[in-house]
Design a protein around this ligand. Sequence first.
Ligand code: 5GP
Length: 189
Amino acid sequence: MNREAKLFIISGPSGVGKTTIAQKLFQEVEGLVGSISCTTRERRGAERDGIDYRFISSGKFQDLIKEGAFLEWAGILESLYGTLRDDIEAQIAAGNDVLLCIDVQGAAQVLKEKPDTVAIFIMPPNIEELRIRLLNRGESEGEIERRIDLAKKEIERVSHYHRVVYNDVLHKAVDLVKSIVYAERQKMV
Ligand code: 5GP
């Protein structure tokens, strides 16, 4: 019996470990793929264009908005981020489940258009731990404070999500997200 491919979202504050969790899932869960977001922000460190993000100009991003190319998009701290609709539709049509790592504004847009989407919020153990993780990532003091302020606002939106996973121990958080994906795959309706 064929089942319909599923769309999953993981959101959570910057530095909470969403990307690490998602990467683990892509390696370990067959038939689960991601999407390469477009962004107008500058490339950071070892990031690769077309692999980690599609780094595009603000002009190009605005054109894509006008064309309706984005399933969702959001402005996050001076930069724009968006998920291309065609990418997702192609993966779903191919029978792959898709996991999007997007912010709370983007998640709200996807849930409105595709209410069957399963939305998972990754929660830091506490704000101090989040601050330490951002510091270890090499963010500047000012940037850390901006991201902490944003994190507090994002955490207020947690009730819009179907599942909450605390990332205090990485492998436990990975196992929990994996179990959510597997449980969804067993659903009849
Ligand atoms: P960063 O600049 O640290 O890579 O990402 C900043 C935030 O943008 C993170 O919360 C990340 O999940 C979010 N983000 C990345 N891609 C997208 C996207 O396509 N859409 C939305 N709405 N958020 C995204």
